[in-house]
Write a protein that binds this ligand. Structure first.
Ligand code: NAD
Length: 314
């Protein structure tokens, strides 16, 4: 199959590109390199086609659909916090960008889309672990609103124009090449001050974590082995890990001693942060995919790997 990966130069996208190529697929990447990096793809040389373009440029997206069998749509603003200051970020980079992808697929006759959604569509869910059929869905961040809006746009394209869709609601994804998120932030804070680690909130925020290769493998497994018009899955591990525990693990893996952990207080890291999220991955498992890491294992592996990538010295 010829796969177009939007956001293919990003953290998750570049791992997906690695695995798609390994599985024998042809891959084109569409990315504006706002947070993506060329060096995440450079090891593929001429084996992939890289289209540098912005999803807000409809003509560029239409041109990219030539000969494509499936779109893995991952490009978006990945920073949930940004919506608190620039309130149209997710509307544009998420919702409008997704409209442009869908409209270009319709015009270009491309029939399959896999979408990187998120656990944040569940908002502050009252059922934990949260299954895919939990509702009503009331996201509490602008990013979450955009993800839910994108899911709705995608299912409307299925119902109206005969697309086939895979909606993947990701847990917190962590691993090699991470460029954002709590573990990345903690390592950078320890680089700046090896004696003190500031933690946003009271540290009791608790979420499911999934290792990035597990996430990319799950996407490929499920797009290959499920075949409904709309296929929808939580992608995550069975358990959670608290921010407090993540801080301890990062400090353990750093080898630093005498680090004081200072909590800024409050039950969440920032406005729109969901304090507790635990996905129910039963449907993913029933469809034949199991993760290699649980949440704590994914966090520890990531702390180790990112520490090697970033280095602890300034
Ligand atoms: P990332 O920032 O590393 O990747 C996003 C990629 O999209 C980057 O390469 C960026 O350059 C590109 N991009 C952004 N806006 C674009 C635009 N307008 N046109 C073209 N390219 C554009 O982030 P990631 O963590 O790899 O996230 C990938 C997807 O997974 C995103 O949709 C994100 O919302 C979703 N997601 C991520 C997590 C996580 O924990 N990382 C959790 C849930 C959902």
């Amino acid at each position: 199959m010829h796969c177009l990966v939007t956001g293919g130069a990003g953290f998750i996208g570049s791992h997906l590109v690695d695995l798609l190529l390994e599985s024998g697929h042809r891959v084109s990447v569409f990315d504006n390199f706002s947070s993506g990096r060329r060096d995440f793809l450079s090891h593929h040389g001429d084996n992939i086609k890289i289209i540098e373009g912005d999803l807000l440029d409809l003509d560029a997206v239409k041109a990219a659909m030539d000969g494509i069998d499936i779109v893995y749509h991952l490009a978006a603003n990945p920073d949930i916090r940004l919506g608190t200051t620039v309130t149209d970020t997710d509307l544009n980079q998420g919702t409008v960008a997704t409209y442009n992808v869908l409209e270009s697929m319709r015009i270009g006759g491309v029939k399959k889309i896999a979408f990187a959604s998120s656990s944040v569509v569940y908002g502050e869910a009252e059922v934990m672990p949260t299954p895919e059929d939990y509702g009503p869905l009331f996201p509490i961040s602008l990013y979450g609103a955009s993800k839910l809006g994108c899911e709705a746009l995608i299912t409307s394209w299925v119902g109206t124009f005969g697309l086939q869709a895979w909606l993947f609601r990701f847990a917190n994804i962590v691993g090699a090449r991470g460029t954002h998120g709590v573990i990345f932030d903690f390592i950078h804070k320890l680089r700046a001050d090896p004696n003190r680690l500031e933690v946003l909130g009271n540290g009791r925020q608790e979420k499911s974590y999934m290792e990035v290769m597990d996430c990319a493998s799950a996407m490929i497994h499920l797009t290959t082995n499920t075949d409904d018009a709309i296929n929808y899955f939580n992608l995550g591990s069975d358990d959670t890990c608290s921010v407090r525990r993540i801080a301890e693990i990062v400090i353990e893996e750093s080898g630093l001693s005498d680090v004081s952990i200072d909590y800024t207080g409050g039950d969440r890291g920032w406005a729109g942060d969901v304090p507790k999220a635990m996905l129910d991955p039963t449907r993913m498992r029933d469809a034949g995919f199991s993760t290699n890491y649980n949440s704590e294992g994914a966090v520890r592996y990531t702390a180790k790997t990112l520490m090697e990538e970033i280095g602890l010295d300034e």
